[in-house]
Structures are given as C-alpha cells and as structure tokens.
Design a binder for this molecule. Sequence first.
Ligand SMILES: O=C(O)C1=C[C@@H](OP(=O)(O)O)[C@@H](O)[C@H](O)C1
Ligand SMILES: C=C(OP(=O)(O)O)C(=O)O
Length: 416
Amino acid sequence: MRYLLSAPSHIKATIQLPASKSISNRALIIHALSKGNDVLSNLSDCDDTKVMVKALTEGGEVIDILAAGTAMRFLTAYLSSTPGTHIIIGTERMQQRPIQILVNALRELGASIEYTRNEGFPPLRIEGAPLAGNEITLKGNVSSQYISALLMIGPILKNGLQLRLTGEVVSRPYINLTLQLMKDFGASARWTSDQSISVEPQPYRCVPFTVESDWSAASYWYQMAVLSSEADIELTGLFRHSYQGDSRGAEVFARLGIETEYTEEGIRLRKNGSCVKRLDEDFVDIPDLAQTFVVTCALLDVPFRFTGLQSLKIKETDRIEALKAEMKKLGYVLHDEDDSILYWNGERIEPQACPVIKTYEDHRMAMAFAPAAIHYPTIQIDEPQVVSKSYPGYWDDLRKAGFVIEAHATETSSRQ
Ligand SMILES: O=C(O)C1=C[C@@H](OP(=O)(O)O)[C@@H](O)[C@H](O)C1
Ligand SMILES: C=C(OP(=O)(O)O)C(=O)O
C-alpha cells in the first residue's frame, strides 16, 4: 500500500502525542523487576511496547520482539537474570542488528546465552538464573541500549554493577533516562566519571508512574509547523522538565524559526519566521531526530552538516543510505563521510515528478518524509503502516490536522 498525501494550506490542530516507547519499555522492565502491583499509566500502544508487554506477561518458550531494538536488548538482560529458558527472535532486520557487546558483558556476569543462528546476532537462546554483579568493561560507542539493559538489572545483582565504558559514548541521554527511571523506582545508580557508572545492590521499590508523551514523535509536528506557511499546533502530554534527550529538538527547531511555549497540557508551537542560513549540528545524543532535520533543512533550503550519526547504520535500516536515496527523489544531493556525517551544500537535481518514498521498514522514514507533502503535493509514502513501531495513530493525527490521505494498493499489498 502507498499513501498519497495532500497537505492543508495552514495547519491548526491539537494533537495527543503517543507515549514514549523508550520510557514505556524501561518502566515495564523495572516494574517487572520490582515485583509490585502499582500501576504504570499512559503506556504506549505501539508495536515496540506491545511486544514487551506480551513477553513480560505471557512469557512462552519463544518470544518474538519483531523490530523492537529496546525490547531485544532489555529483554536479553532481563531474561538472563530471571529463571526460565527462552528463545528470543525478531524480524529479519533484527537478525542483522548486532548484540555481541551485550551478550559478552552478560556472559561475564555468568549468563548462559547462545546464538541460535549467526554469531553476534539474534536470535538468542537464554537460560536465565540469578547473576552475581561485577565490574564490566564494554564499548559505549555502538548502542546505548546495551548499557541501559545492563544497568536495569544492576540493582538485583548480588554485588550491584560497575560499568566502565570505552570509546565515545553514543546516545548518552538514553543512559541518563535509564538512570532517572531507576532512581524513580528506588534504585541507587549514578555516573562516577564520564565513562563509569555504578549501581548499588538495592532492590527496586514499586511506585505509580506516568509515562510522558514522545518527544521524538513531537519532532514531526515541529517539522510540519516550520514547512507550512501558517501553523498553530498544540501537542499534549509533554512535560516541561522532560527525561527525554529528544526534547533538545525544541532548541534546534528554535534556530529554524519555531518557538515552543509550555502550557498546562503540553506545548504550543509558533512560527516566528527567523531561520539560520545553515545548520551544523552534532546528533550523537539525538540520533532519532536525524531524519527529521535532514528533510526539514533541505526543504527550507538550509544547507547543513550533521555529525555524530555513527549509530544510524544499525537502526531499523541503514538510515544514512536511505536518506541519500530518498532525498535524491525530491531533488537533493546529500553526501556522507566516515559512516557518521551527512551534509548538503545546496546541490540540487531535477526532482521526480511523482516521487514514491520507500520506507525500508523504518517508521521514521515514513514520519519524517510525510511533512514533505507540504512542498511536494505529489509525494507518496510506501508501506505507510510502518509507523506503528512507535506512533500507530500518526496518519489519523495527520487527517485531524487537515491532511487528505488517499490509499493506493500496490502489487505486493493487493496480492496479500
Ligand atoms: O534506549 C532507547 O530507548 C533508545 C536508544 C537509542 O538507540 P541507540 O542507543 O542504539 O543509539 C535510540 O535510537 C532508540 O530509538 C531508543
Ligand atoms: C532506533 C529506533 O528504535 P530501536 O533501536 O529501539 O529499534 C528508533 O525508534 O528510531
């Protein structure tokens, strides 16, 4: 299936954003480890959280986490440290996303984990048992999810846990998010230096907890606000003092002319028309916003150089290659360097007359390219259902904001 999108001439909407999947999935693991009955409110209803809920409530010998990186990594640590034998599987892409750094660290703690297919990649066969804590050294420059996964089991390990991270730590705000949630649930965990974290062997306490809305999802609404000639958008469920690193998106969008006003319910976006001439930004802390800003800057005709993108190659798809290929369809020639930098100096070619944007089973390709309909009225988004990984209501929310969405069957979808 494909969606042909027609954007409204001006956007006025109040949108209840989905809950953060990163917070939901951490709260679920910690809640399971705290063995209490307190309620988690506003859990996400996205695919990545649904698979986590199912794994923790139904268990079962084979656990399929589909495309959820957080579920794969967090459950690997959780299942290793709790009794029971499980095989954890995922999509074809998940079988190409590395997990060796986490598996090796868990094995050092005494975990019993086997690769059932390819060394270093899921699926995994895990025999869970209580683990004893230790001091572990691991790479911090591949995925922060390995570190978050280990940290969350830290309080239940006999001697707690000391982690020493090597290399440039990527996605550091996600590690801080983990530490913050652990503290909210009564754990004692903290950075002891720039590259070391210590967790005390002190059990979690179960507390009622409300999940904040998703700041990564908010970024697509900022994008619509900045690309459209007039916009009045309110996003509800975001907190003024957010735990989420992607709330920094508000500061970056301020440089493109969007002001953020905090309200009782969330935030309101206003255009002020002042925009930088070029944007240079390091994305090492905010990798999930890279697609949003690549599409936005190009369409605003703002040349850019984005660094710190080294984790993009191992996400839902190789996002560096996907961005280059799909932006070319819209007439923008992007360049990459060292697998970690994307830049655009203003180079243009003739855009395709009716571009069909491939989404590569990556929700963020669909969500970041949809706002481009404001400038490209013939744009189509292929396999739009991919958004359910983090934001199942995305297309309904676009309709609410005045977009008209026409579904077209494609050969593959009409055969299904
Ligand atoms: O811990 C998390 O919730 C996440 C960490 C980041 O991954 P990496 O640490 O692999 O960069 C981010 O891209 C992902 O969407 C969610
Ligand atoms: C990278 C992402 O997710 P994950 O790694 O959890 O699959 C994402 O949501 O952009």
